[in-house]
Design a protein around this ligand. Structure first.
Ligand code: ATP
Length: 272
């Protein structure tokens, strides 16, 4: 049976400026990836290597994937997104082949940001309860990350997890995913910026972004994106019904807000 591939190559249009808040995280991405890449002479002068990758962690929906996409957008690089849980395979041997293929595709697509989501799926804790082939899968990933005998130039690895404590320690050693960045829920100014990003290009009128940001404490970036989407849907349906188009109003957003359930709280519960 032909297997569906667990990964797709995209060309990013998201830029770092589209990511709301997370100023410190954006600075770290700039210093560890973007500035060294844009300035090869300075990189050589200071002996800054491009080895190793970054591990983003934090509650769901706060922009880990979005940040990785933005890095690809900034570099004009391809974006290869894979959930590791999808790569794992019940049949021994298949997961290794999938990982090898994944890195082969990444090298072919270079310059490329390879985004490994749900890295904890390869965690030691889980490997005890699942098949014993997990160890060889982790080893395959380590080999690929170390670029043994191959050229990883132009492949930038970013990984993400909601459960950093479950990530296999070997993956965190120097030269591998050796730097971690905490991606926290948006504060008020960040929520305002995220709402602005997601309403951009949509017809809006009299929307008080600052008031809305105040009222959305506890919502993730994904929740806020969903809020804008719901408001757009209401305006669209009204237009279908009335036969005339209208702007998206503040009341569309506040009504949608009543239906949104914050998605961060459950994560904070499990993290305790
Ligand atoms: P998960 O852990 O569930 O994979 P995640 O942290 O990777 O979550 P994203 O997929 O990056 O979350 O976020 C989902 C969507 O929410 C994004 O596609 C984007 O539209 C919006 N979003 C989240 N955070 C931000 C942000 N800081 N700025 C702008 N948009 C955001």
């Amino acid at each position: 049976v032909p297997q569906e591939r667990a990964f797709d190559v995209e060309r990013g249009v998201v830029r770092l400026a589209d990511v709301g808040g997370l100023e410190k995280v954006k600075e770290r991405l700039e210093a560890s990836f973007l500035a060294p890449l844009r300035n090869p002479e300075l990189r050589r002068l200071y002996g800054k290597s491009l080895r190793g990758g970054l591990l983003l962690y934090g509650p769901p929906g706060c922009g880990k994937t979005y940040l990785a996409k933005a890095v690809a957008g900034e570099l004009g690089a391809a974006f290869l997104h894979v959930a590791l849980a999808d790569v794992l395979d019940m049949y021994v041997g298949s997961s290794e082949r999938n990982i090898a293929e994944l890195f082969a595709v990444a090298r072919e697509s270079a310059p490329c940001v390879l985004f490994l989501d749900e890295l904890d799926a390869l965690g030691q804790k889980r490997s005890l309860s699942r098949n014993s082939g997990m160890r060889t899968t982790v080893n395959q990933l380590l080999t690929e990350l170390d670029g043994i005998g191959r050229d990883n130039e132009g492949v930038f690895v970013l990984a993400a997890t909601n459960h950093p404590w479950d990530v296999d320690a070997a993956l965190r050693r120097p030269g591998r995913l050796d730097r971690t960045l905490l991606v926290l829920p948006p504060d008020r100014p960040a929520r305002e910026a995220i709402l602005r990003t997601h309403l951009r290009g949509r017809p809006i009128e009299n929307i008080d972004l600052s008031a809305l940001a105040k009222r959305t404490d506890g919502l993730s970036g994904a929740d806020l994106a969903h809020l804008c989407e719901s408001a757009a849907e209401v305006a669209l349906m009204d237009s279908v019904r009335s036969g005339t188009t209208r702007m998206i109003r503040m009341s569309d957003l506040t009504t949608a807000l009543e239906e949104v359930r914050p998605s961060i709280d459950p994560w904070l519960e499990t993290a305790r």
